[in-house]
Design a protein around this ligand. Structure first.
Ligand code: BES
Ligand code: MN
Ligand code: MN
Length: 456
């Protein structure tokens, strides 16, 4: 399809506005950015109003506000609830960025900034799609729309969970639309039809009651760092299976036909390795790389610390060692079940000479979204129109904790109409979002509404 004239005419302004928003460091994990998080919410509220949304408000929560707005056309039309998040991951380590994370630049067709792809750039596509539908030459809005953008996705969405439970009537809709995932490549459109869940823990291993001289005590006491390393390495066997008893009990095994279907999505092992500078891909025996990152559960250490890490050498046996350990979950594992299994197992493998504490963080449930629904078909048609090619369904590896709750609390399925690429470096230094992808999103979203309204 040819790019709408309005989009071509206004794309530079759209990009400027997005860059203004990206300049606000809306980092939810770090309290020192709290004022910026609030400013980012205000900015979004103002832009949503300007675009033409009605009843735009900031809904306060125990944490960061939810930006909410509506556009009603008529009771005969289906209602789409658009969800996204305006908070971003911390930008650390700053020194690895080629340009400062909160001073966006466009280079080689990409917008570089923290949040460019995850998720401010993708949320902004929805704001500009609304503007485009409502301005001169726009087709109007064919569905009732509700917008709900939160500021705590990157820290687990606990307060949004409470808000959703308390506002069932306000959030009544026919389907949820989310742009916070990706496509396989700019010439390979795809729709993610699954997200993994999460069980996240901080562990603390305690040895002697103070740091010790490693000459005076070394050899006679168990070093908590050594113990922690042993415990962690015992969590996988030689086949990269996770050794926690019962861990796989509820894992949905896919049939050969389902696996063959997913294997239709184009994938190059060589490109995969090359793109992240690795000589080999390593993972669970019996599964392909795309399977390992989507339909299989995993366990990873996300951080580990303890002892002396300053300049030079210090001969010390530390009193404590720490790690952050998380597990990605797949249907039909549940976060509570895996959290309990992990806590019990990790405590049970503590060797004599140390004690262990496990503190669970936020979790999230895995989801699979239907492909035999009017909304999925509308998304597939929309992408076919704007990319000139039918999308393939893929199972995603990331997590968006609220999606399972949309199903359990509101009874609503989600469509994951995301436009990022794995190579966009979300959560990493030099996060970026293609200008192509931003504009394709703005073009595709109205097509989705058109197809969805027509199908119902
Ligand atoms: N947008 C991502 C999740 C994502 C990215 C899904 C790419 C599929 C493809 C989201 O913002 C995110 O980062 N989620 C966190 C979970 C959260 C509880 C911190 C994640 O997946 O680690
Ligand atoms: Mn996100
Ligand atoms: Mn994220």
């Amino acid at each position: 399809m040819t790019t709408p004239a309005y989009l071509t005419q206004h794309q530079n302004r759209f990009l400027e506005e997005l860059m203004d928003w990206l300049r606000i460091p809306s980092v939810s994990a770090d309290p020192k950015f709290h004022g910026d998080v609030l400013r980012a919410a205000d900015f979004l509220k103002a832009r949503l109003e300007e675009a033409g949304a009605a009843n735009v408000e900031l809904c306060s929560t125990a944490g960061n506000p939810i930006v909410y707005g509506e556009y009603f056309v008529g009771p005969d039309r289906p209602t789409v609830l658009v969800y996204g998040h305006y908070d971003v991951q911390p930008a650390d380590p700053y020194e690895l960025w080629n340009s400062p994370p909160f001073e966006p630049v466009i280079q080689d067709g990409n917008i570089y900034a923290r949040g460019a792809c995850d998720d401010k750039g993708q949320v902004y596509m929805h704001v500009k799609a609304l503007e485009m539908m409502l301005r001169d030459g726009g087709a109007g809005v064919p569905c009732n729309l509700k917008f709900m953008f939160e500021g705590e996705e990157e820290v687990g969405s606990d307060n949004l969970g409470i808000f959703v439970k308390a506002n069932q009537e306000k959030l009544k809709a026919d389907v949820i639309l989310i742009s916070d995932t990706g496509i396989l490549a700019n010439d390979v459109p795809s729709i993610e039809v699954g997200l993994r869940g999460l069980s996240y823990h901080e562990v603390e291993v305690t040895g002697p009651n103070r740091d010790l001289h490693s000459g005076l005590y070394g050899g006679a006491v168990l070093n908590p760092i050594n113990a922690l390393c042993d415990m962690i390495s015992s969590l996988h066997d030689a086949d990269c299976h996770i050794t926690i008893p019962g861990f796989y009990d509820n894992v949905a095994e896919l049939s050969p036909a389902e696996r063959a279907e997913l294997a239709q999505a184009p994938f190059s092992e060589a490109d995969f390795k090359q793109s992240i500078g690795l000589p080999a891909a390593v993972g669970e025996k019996g599964f392909t790389t795309p399977e390992r990152t989507s339909i299989r559960p995993t366990l990873d250490v996300n951080g580990i610390w303890g002892g002396y890490i300053g300049e030079g050498a210090k001969t010390v046996i530390p009193g404590k060692a720490f790690a952050k350990i998380s597990m990605r979950l797949v249907p039909h594992q549940t976060s509570d079940e895996i959290t309990a299994l992990f806590q019990k197992h990790f405590a049970s493998i503590a060797p004599a000479g140390v004690t262990v504490q496990v503190r669970p963080h936020h979790g999230g449930e895995p989801v699979v979204t239907p492909t035999d629904s009017a909304a999925y078909r509308a998304a597939a048609k929309a992408l076919t129109t704007t990319f000139g090619k039918a999308p393939v369904p893929t199972r995603g590896g990331g997590s968006i904790p609220i999606v399972a709750m949309f199903k359990s609390e509101l009874g609503l399925d989600s469509v994951l109409l995301g436009f990022g690429l794995d190579s966009d470096a979300i959560h990493s230094p030099n996060e970026h979002f293609g200008v192509f992808n931003f504009l394709k999103g703005i073009e595709t979203i109205p097509e989705f509404y058109k197809e969805y309204a027509a199908a119902r």
